[in-house]
Design a protein around this ligand. Structure first.
Ligand SMILES: Nc1ncnc2c1ncn2[C@@H]1O[C@H](COP(=O)(O)OP(=O)(O)OP(=O)(O)O)[C@@H](O)[C@H]1O
Length: 628
């Protein structure tokens, strides 16, 4: 066969089902497309006016109207923009995927650049057929002497063009809603869709419902006096705050924008205003909401915009995952409007945006730490889970924030890791004692306080993985839970010989093993400074971490209860009760004392099982009865 060359052709009968079903996954997107076409038409006319190529009447007010008429079963979009001549309708509408926006930009790209045009592909208009059985365009071009044009199509491959009776400049697009789009004859649905996609678009948008029954007395106040009817309000904010320069925005404006955008009436803690032109265009505001300790259940909201047109929420390909706990708006005109996740995942440009945002957040935290230390400490309890999450997810973020991560101590101070290590160097070098539950571990905390020692409080779910992460990065530093070992600082000098001590240890271990009927129990005895403490449970850090992990992930196919326990009972030589037991090994109360001492130590270490708790309460009652 001889070589043959040719152009592939697309038939509109084939392309309609594609547009209807596949091009836009969300049914409501046609509202965004038609309103952005109206915005584009107005922006183009503004540009021409600025260049002196169009003249506008004095009282010209640009606007877009959307009319929802459930009686006529129509949804109409009207703009007073550039309009189209019949030639332009033929070129831009009849030729699917020939974008007039692109054409316009090519023609005028060097002349006026400040306003952005939204459309690119030349397919958006046809999304109207996702809900309409018939679409009618009535349009009148701004060009002098133009004749209004009507274009009608029922979504097959045919259209009809004729003269239109439109007398005003601009375009009216009427959708006769089909079965698929009945929802969009409801004012509320249309309103929420406009609010979703268009709430920050640059041209005022009004929603009109001609069939709405106004309440009879609406214009009368309580005293029966007639009020002036209220001016209709646009549904959108045409100049969102993030477009302003950061140094021109007040705190009140930032808070107001936050309330309006996220309907959150709790004040944000602080915010970051992003304003970048090079190497990519990105504007926006990221807010730090009050996260608190419940961050696991909390979900932030980062809305992605393209030239003031809403694209999507929480796109984790663009926004680093840990930042999804924040709330904010990012407007990035360089991203495509119809984002497909697979495109974003593989796009180097998207990665650059993501690392730029991460850097900005880290910079802001550093500057808060340096310049507003007091506020930084005040915010810390709310923001630390988020920062720690960021450190786990992103090494660069960890490197940038490691030096300013605060640790709240049992003395109530907020210190960095270095500060903690420095000020406790004499007592325990390179070791950080921590508390996971201030109530449960109160006994240990008291001992620490009595001995001028401090631990840091690590009581959220993120803290355990964070500790392991810091240990991995800071090789010399070791984190040890407050009940994991007994530091020399809590012990007093002991004159007895090692041999005597060994004997004593074996003796008490024997007594307690018998009383508790537990042959595997390890019991030690030490000279604790605080005489009031009878005993403590010690569980080495590594063993406890293993236990915690198996609880969390069901590791090794074992449940936590069946893991070998390395908990040991540490008795205080100085305590009166312990002394009494040693001197009175075989009284009728010895077993009861031993069991009670053991349970008391256990209670300060972890939660008792229901059975152990019941036994403990029964025994405590018995002891009290003995006092009568
Ligand atoms: N309301 C309007 N007023 C004037 N021209 C319009 C209007 N709607 C559409 N057009 C013209 O028709 C062209 C095609 O519109 P369409 O929405 O299909 O594509 P687009 O807006 O260029 O790109 P996208 O697919 O990204 O929306 C536009 O570029 C514009 O020239």
């Amino acid at each position: 066969m001889s070589t043959e060359k040719g152009n592939l052709s697309i038939h509109s009968e084939n392309i309609f089902p594609i547009i209807k079903k596949w091009l836009y996954s969300d049914h409501d997107i046609f509202v965004r497309e038609l309103i952005s076409n109206g915005c584009d038409a107005i922006t183009k006319l503004k540009k021409l006016d600025a260049m002196g190529e169009a003249s506008l009447p004095e009282d010209n007010e640009f606007k877009i109207e959307v009319i929802v008429d459930d009686k006529e079963e129509t949804l109409t979009f009207i703009d007073n923009g550039i309009g189209m001549t019949d030639e332009e309708v033929k070129q831009y509408i009849n030729q699917i995927a020939f974008s007039g926006a692109e054409d316009f930009m090519n023609k005028y790209k060097d002349k006026a650049n400040e306003d952005q045009i939204i459309g690119h592909f030349g397919l958006g208009f046809y999304s109207a057929f996702m809900v309409a059985k018939k679409v009618t365009i009535d349009t009148l071009s701004y060009k002098e002497g133009s004749k209004a044009v009507k274009w009608v199509s029922d979504g097959g491959n045919e259209y009809e063009m004729s003269d239109s009776d439109r007398t005003e400049r601009g375009t009216k697009i009427t959708l006769n809603i089909g079965e698929d789009g009945k929802d969009f004859l409801n004012e509320y649905t249309v309103r929420t869709t406009i609010e979703k996609y268009c709430s920050l678009m640059p041209i005022e948008i009004y929603l009109i419902n001609p069939n709405k029954e106004e309440p009879k007395n609406e214009n009368e106040d309580e005293k029966g006096e007639v009020k002036e009817p209220e001016e209709p309000k646009p549904l959108n904010d045409t100049t969102p705050l993030y477009l302003k320069k950061p140094n021109e925005c007040t705190d009140e404006e930032y808070k107001e924008f936050y309330r309006k955008t996220f309907m959150d009436f709790k004040e944000p803690l602080f915010w970051i205003h992003l304003n970048m032109d090079y190497p990519f265009n990105l504007k926006g505001i990221l807010y730090f909401p009050k996260i608190g300790n419940q961050f696991e259940t909390m979900e932030g909201q980062i809305k992605l915009y393209n030239n003031q047109v809403f694209v999507a929420d929480n796109i984790k390909e663009v926004i680093p995952e840990f930042l999804l706990l924040l709330k904010g708006i990012l407007d990035c005109p360089d991203l495509p409007l119809n984002v497909s996740r697979s495109f974003l995942q593989n796009d180097g440009f998207v990665k650059k945006i993501s690392s730029y945002i991460t850097k900005k957040v880290a910079d802001k935290l550093n500057s808060l730490y340096k310049k507003e230390k007091e506020s930084f400490e005040k915010f810390w309890d709310d923001i630390h889970p988020f920062i720690k999450f960021g450190c786990l997810k992103d090494d660069k973020f960890f490197d940038k924030t490691n030096g300013i991560i605060l640790y709240k101590t049992t003395t109530g101070d907020y210190v960095t890791l270095q500060e903690y290590l420095d000020r406790n160097k004499d007592k325990h070098e390179n070791k950080v004692y921590y508390v996971t539950d201030e109530t449960l571990q109160a006994q240990y905390i008291k001992m620490f306080k009595d001995n001028d020692m401090e631990a840091v409080i690590m009581n959220t779910t993120i803290d355990q993985p964070f500790i392991s992460h810091v240990e991995m990065k800071e090789k010399d530093t070791k984190f040890v839970r407050i009940d994991a070992d007994l530091t020399d600082n809590l012990k007093d000098e002991d004159d007895s010989s090692e041999e005597d001590n060994k004997k004593l240890q074996e003796e008490v271990q024997g007594i307690f093993r018998k009383s508790l009927s537990n042959e595997n129990l390890t019991v030690n005895i030490e000279n604790l400074k605080d005489e009031e403490i009878s005993a403590m449970i010690i569980l080495p850090e590594e063993s406890r971490r293993m236990q915690d992990m198996s609880k969390m992930y069901g590791m090794f196919g074992m449940d936590a209860a069946s893991m070998p326990s390395n908990e040991s009972l540490l008795l205080n030589k100085k305590n009166k009760l312990v002394k009494y037991i040693l001197e009175n090994k075989d009284t009728e109360n010895t077993d009861m004392f031993c069991q009670q001492i053991y349970d008391l130590a256990m209670i300060s270490h972890k939660q008792l099982s229901p059975e152990a708790m019941t036994t403990f309460i029964e025994r405590s009652n018995k002891i009290l009865q003995k006092l009568i």
